[in-house]
Design a protein around this ligand. Sequence first.
Ligand code: GLN
Length: 484
Amino acid sequence: MHNKTIAQLANELSTNRISSVELTQLFLDRINRLDNTLNSFITITTEKALQEAAKADSLRAAGNTNPLLGIPLAQKDIFCTQGIKTSCGSRMLDNFIAPYDATSVIQLQQAGTVLLGKTNMDEFAMGSSNENSYYGPVKNPWDTRCVPGGSSGGSAAAVAARLTPAATATDTGGSIRQPAALCGITGLKPTYGRISRYGMIAFASSLDQAGTMTKTAEDAAILLNAMAGFDERDSTSVNTPVPDYTASLNDSLQGLRIGMPKEFFGEGLNSDIAEAIQAAMKEYENLGAKLIDIELPNTGLSIPAYYVIAPAECSSNLARYDGVRYGYRCKNPVNLEDLYKRSRSEGFGKEVKRRIMIGTYVLSAGFYDAYYLKAQKIRHLISQDFAEAFKKVDIIIGPTTPSPAFAIGEKSNDPVSMYLSDIYTIAVNLAGLPGVSIPVGFTKNLPIGMQLIGPLFSEARLLNAAHRYQKITDWHAKTPEEFN
Ligand code: GLN
């Protein structure tokens, strides 16, 4: 049962082969039995889950047929959940019980999903390995000596280990697609503004985007149907119609033009990953797609631009954690300055402090033009690269990451090599585009992810292309042995 997709579980529930209470108990049991090894959950909401499941069962009995009714899932601990600890992976918010629900949490609740708990993550979503969490690292279910990726490593590991049918996640520079790739699951980062950011704890507001971690593209479509849409409480959410993302999943790919950017296949790419992508391209050709070589000449500038813009925005967003209003407060402050200083130095971890310092520096008088403004200009060039490419092709495909999951501890003292994990994902955030990572093979025992990128609001097209591939391959159905 735990290997079934949301679409399959919905069928089990609607034909009364299992109740939501039974299904929820099954996943809670798996979490209790298996998560000691993985550490993918920060909070498990047993009581609430069983209550919500019972409610879903009675709604179903009364005739409600929502495809998500009674489906258990996990929320990344960056989404505010009323009455439940919402830590964002930080000591700063270790004592924070959210007083309200994020919009996307409400949308999923209204669709009838059941909350199993909150997943582990890099502190304030800063990281690529989940080693920056106050609650300790998450392990990769395919090899527990390896990282699951980050920052949504808890969500990715929990879905890969079948501790939950699906989870929510967020992506500022790759945090959905990179851990999805490293854990062998499907990770969708929609267009910037497609899902409300209200109640999603801010890291870098012009880049942050909520999305999904699932086994399949079909499941991502089902979840996106519930989560997408305009929200008047988020001024950057976009008021454009939400299609039924499941309706076009089976559309033909005949004549689809797929761009392969040469910058994504150069130096630094693991050769097994390159081969797996080439093999996947053959499948797409068999499905009727045409492969076209393209260029994204400013790709190399995306990491430097991101590491100016994201820290700048985070230094401003994280100024609110001052030890006064909510969150961590140091013991026995001698005066106000001591209160601010010690609350922030004790409450934040090393990587978060590094980002705040970089951000404060690049925004300071005298440096603003040299760094922040310049990075914004590069961001514009990167968007133009994509706009040019999408005149010639319908979607762009390449690897999600340059290498598979690395060992825990391997990169923790080398921030620059850690930052390079997102070399293929970050430009997509800078341009606000949607991207999805799907599993396309293995190198040794570790999964390989492939990224599909589309123009703004082309989620339906991306999920269609991903789904057609998943119908003729079974990489997405593989489960790590220990968690089978
Ligand atoms: N790894 C990137 C960073 O550390 C991206 C994180 C994210 O997407 N939240 O900032």
